[in-house]
Design a binder for this molecule. Structure first.
Ligand code: SME
Length: 166
């Protein structure tokens, strides 16, 4: 298993995501432990893009998300389903891109430096298991390229750690 990340020279977002996918697959393929894999995926995304905050919230009950592995400043521990961007993504089972968090009604501000956000859910057998949440300190930092590749990363985690879903 690779111990260090290999990143392209060019600072092109899509190129970076393309380089990350096989490395993420190799790293998480080495462990069946969900927490270990979420921790490494958070670290890889933080290192590759230096996002303000990148991490996971897990659905440990049918009504709350609980903070999981992350990289960045201190974060809120519990988010009810339906609340904030994470709760909405978990409840509606779809990726949500927020170009300006101040314009998103109900946004939960864990850090005043967060300006834009993307949340991608992992849905297994119809149930939301967790969400990947990324905050940027730059407005409008996420687009369909991020959505496409982050959804592929979530799919890799699903295949590795929730294996009965084909
Ligand atoms: N902003 C998120 C809360 C989590 S933090 O950003 C880490 C939300 O509105 O759900």
């Amino acid at each position: 298993m690779a111990e260090s990340l290999s990143l392209p020279m060019r600072n092109d977002k899509e190129e970076i995501y393309r380089a990350l996918l096989p490395q993420i697959k190799a790293v998480i393929g080495g462990s069946d432990d969900l927490i270990a894999n979420l921790a490494n995926v958070a670290a890889i995304l933080k290192q590759a893009f230096d996002f303000h905050w990148v991490g996971f919230y897990r659905a440990l009950s049918s009504d709350n998300l609980v903070l999981g592995p992350f990289q960045g400043p201190l974060a809120c521990v519990t988010i009810p389903f339906g609340k904030g961007v994470c709760g909405m993504s978990a409840g509606e089972q779809r990726t949500i891109v927020v170009p300006d968090v101040d314009k998103f009604q109900g946004h939960i501000a864990c850090s005043s430096l967060s300006k834009s956000e993307i949340v991608v859910p992992l849905v297994h057998n119809g149930e939301t298991k967790l969400v990947l949440d990324i905050d940027s300190d730059v407005l409008n930092d996420f687009d369909t390229i991020d959505q496409t590749y982050l959804e592929q990363i979530i799919r890799l985690i699903q295949l590795q750690n929730f294996p009965d879903e084909g």
